[in-house]
Design a protein. Structure first.
Length: 403
C-alpha cells in the first residue's frame, strides 16, 4: 500500500482508490487483507470475526500463511500516535487468530536513526512506518526490513522470501570451544536504512566438535543445498548409474569365476576318465586314484560270511535277521548306530556288541539309566552265546552265531 501510486514500481501493480489516501485507509486495507484468511485450525469463530465464505474444495490458504505488507506511512492515525497500542493490538490479534505471519517492508527516504535528517526537516517523523511495522512483524512471527527507495522493495521482499525458506544462516567460528562447553551467543544485525539491532544473549551447550572430516561433510552439505534442483537430480542419476554399473561388474565377475571353476572341474574329470585303466581281474575300469579295484572288493565283501546275527523278537525288528561282520556293533537311538532302537529310556549310544574272535562275543552296557538285559538279568558286561535273549528298552533280540 502506498499513498503515492506513481512511486510504486511497475512490477507492483495495485488498485488505487480515488479518495485521498491516508493512514486510516492503510489500516482498513490491512485489516481487510487479514480478514480474507480463514481462522487457524482448531479455533472457533467469535461474534466479531468477519470470516470469508467457506471454500468449495481444497482450502487455498496453506498451513504456513504469510502476508507481505509494504508501506511508507504509519499505521496509527495522526490523532492516536501518542497511544498506538490499541490499534496495533487489534491487527496483531487478527493475524494471530488466523495463523498469519507478517513480513513487513517500510519505505523511509531517510535514516530514522540519524537525528540530523529529522532536524533538517527532510520528512516528518510521524510518517516513519518502521516502528509500527516492526512491532506488527515481530508480534506475528515475521521480520521487518527498511528501505530508502521503492526500487529496493523487490530486493527486500526477496530477502524475506529466502528467510521463510530457512536460507538465512548465521555461522560463527570459535576454535577455543570444545565439546561440553557452554557458550553465550548474541547477534547484532544492521538492516539497510535502520539502526543496529541487538538480540538478547542466549546460552547453548556445545554438543559436537567438528573435525577435519566433519568440516568437509558440512561443506558438502552446504554446497548440496545451494545447487539447483536439476543439478541435484543429475548427481543422483549419475550416482545411481555408478551403483548399477558396480553391481553389474560384481555379478559378471562372480559369474565368470563360477564358470571357470565349473569348466576346470569338467576338464579335471575328463582327464581322470581318460586316465582310467582296466582291472586285471574283473576287467572294469579303475580310476587313477584307486589303490585297489573297488568292484573286486565289493564282490569279495558280498561273498565273505557274516560273523553273528541279531534276530528281532518284537518291536520294529520283529522277524528280521540283522547279520554283521564287524568288530563292534553299536545299539542306540541315534541315526549313526548300527542298530537303531527308538524306545523310551534308550540312550543315544546304549550298548555295544564286540567280536573278539574265536567265537567270543562280549556285550557291554554304556552306563545307561535303563540298562541292558540278557536273559532277564541286567548286565554291565557279559559274554553272550547262541540263543541268548538281549533286551534294549522294549525291543528284544535273539543272538546267534553265523560262522
Amino acid at each position: 500500500w502506498s499513498s503515492d501510486a506513481a512511486a510504486l514500481p511497475a512490477t507492483m501493480a495495485a488498485e488505487v482508490s480515488a479518495r485521498p489516501a491516508d493512514d486510516t485507509r492503510l489500516r482498513q486495507t490491512l485489516r481487510a487483507a487479514l480478514e480474507a484468511f480463514p481462522l487457524a485450525p482448531g479455533l472457533e469463530a467469535e461474534p466479531n470475526d468477519r470470516l470469508p465464505p467457506p471454500y468449495q474444495g481444497e482450502d487455498p490458504f496453506p498451513f504456513d500463511r504469510v502476508l507481505y505488507v509494504v508501506a511508507h506511512r504509519s499505521l496509527v492515525p495522526a490523532d492516536a500516535r501518542d497511544r498506538p497500542v490499541p490499534v496495533l493490538r487489534h491487527l496483531v490479534d487478527l493475524a494471530r487468530r488466523r495463523g498469519v505471519r507478517i513480513m513487513a517492508v517500510g519505505v523511509v527516504p531517510f535514516d530514522p536513526s540519524d537525528p540530523a535528517a529529522l532536524e533538517a526537516g527532510e520528512v516528518d517523523e510521524v510518517d516513519d512506518p518502521s516502528r509500527d511495522l516492526s512491532v506488527l512483524a515481530r508480534k506475528t512471527g515475521g521480520t521487518y526490513r527498511g528501505v530508502t527507495s521503492f526500487d529496493d522493495v523487490g530486493r527486500a521482499m526477496a530477502e524475506a522470501h529466502d528467510e521463510l525458506l530457512n536460507r538465512v544462516v548465521v555461522t560463527a567460528e570459535a576454535p577455543s570451544l570444545r565439546r561440553g562447553d557452554r557458550a553465550w551467543f548474541a547477534v547484532r544485525a544492521r538492516v539497510r536504512g535502520r539502526a543496529p539491532i541487538n538480540a538478547r544473549e542466549f546460552p547453548a551447550r556445545i554438543e559436537n566438535e567438528l573435525s577435519w572430516f566433519g568440516r568437509a561433510l558440512d561443506w558438502i552439505s552446504d554446497t548440496w543445498e545451494k545447487w539447483p534442483w536439476w543439478a541435484r537430480t543429475l548427481v543422483i542419476a549419475i550416482g545411481a548409474l555408478l551403483v548399477i554399473a558396480l553391481v553389474l561388474v560384481v555379478v559378471i565377475k562372480k559369474t565368470r569365476k563360477r564358470r571357470k571353476a565349473r569348466d576346470a572341474e569338467a576338464k579335471a574329470r575328463a582327464a581322470k576318465l581318460e586316465a582310467r585303466a582296466p582291472c586285471a581281474v574283473c576287467g572294469n575300469m579303475m580310476m587313477p586314484e584307486w589303490t585297489e579295484c573297488l568292484f573286486c572288493a565289493q564282490a569279495a565283501a558280498a561273498q565273505r560270511p557274516m560273523r553273528f546275527r541279531l534276530v528281532g523278537r518284537n518291536g520294529d525288528y520283529t522277524g528280521r535277521a540283522l547279520r554283521f561282520d564287524k568288530e563292534l556293533v553299536v545299539l542306540g537311538s541315534e541315526a549313526h548306530c548300527d542298530v537303531r532302537v527308538i524306545d523310551r529310556g534308550v540312550a543315544p549310544e546304549h550298548c555295544g556288541l564286540r567280536d573278539r574272535g574265536n567265537d567270543e562275543f562280549v556285550l557291554s552296557d554304556f552306563n545307561t539309566d535303563a540298562g541292558t538285559w540278557v536273559n532277564g538279568q541286567r548286565i554291565a558286561q557279559v559274554q553272550v552265546h547262541e540263543g541268548d535273549l538281549i533286551r534294549v528298552g522294549d525291543t528284544e533280540f535273539i543272538f546267534g552265531i553265523e560262522a
